[in-house]
Design a binder for this molecule. Sequence first.
Ligand SMILES: [Fe+2]
Ligand SMILES: [Fe+2]
Length: 199
Amino acid sequence: MDFIIHWLERKLSAKRYAHSLGCAETAKKLALLYNLDAKKAYIAGLIHDCAKNFENEELINIIRNEIKTGFDETELKNPKTYHAIVGAHFAKEIFEIEDAEIINSIRRHTIGSVDMTTFDKIIFLADKIEPNSRDEKYSKKIFKLIEDNKGIIGLDVAILKCFTETIKSLVKKKLYICPSTIDVYNILQQKVGELLEDD
Ligand SMILES: [Fe+2]
Ligand SMILES: [Fe+2]
């Protein structure tokens, strides 16, 4: 764990490092709430943005020349998603993580996936609501959705809310929306859409 902490401290901006520590703590809290492995959740939360402060050019080079497979070209249309692909790669190569749950959750923390497990969902949400860099009002709103809708449904409603906001913001900024983001939105909308109240 010390190696990971020191590496992140050196490679991430102070703000991103604080976000990573907050995400690790929040992931641990959510894991305990859902009877999942809290230590694994802490590690996934800690590492999820390990590639975030690398230049886009460096990330795309790693994706094209080292990783080579396991991604879709549509994922490469928005550079903001590069760090999830490279982050999962670094987890294996640099931090020697072999646990598939940790690696997959890092891989899926930006655009999500229609196959998201409960573990993936808590890492995704911890990233959105951790207290060190996220807006407190927004975090509280998302956490209330988790609390108000018991069980896995709570995670689904909270993620639907996050995807709704993400899609709105991408449209507003006239940015490309990855088809898998729309797929996750549609699946959750059909599953728990009626539980999401209007703002
Ligand atoms: Fe990220
Ligand atoms: Fe993050």
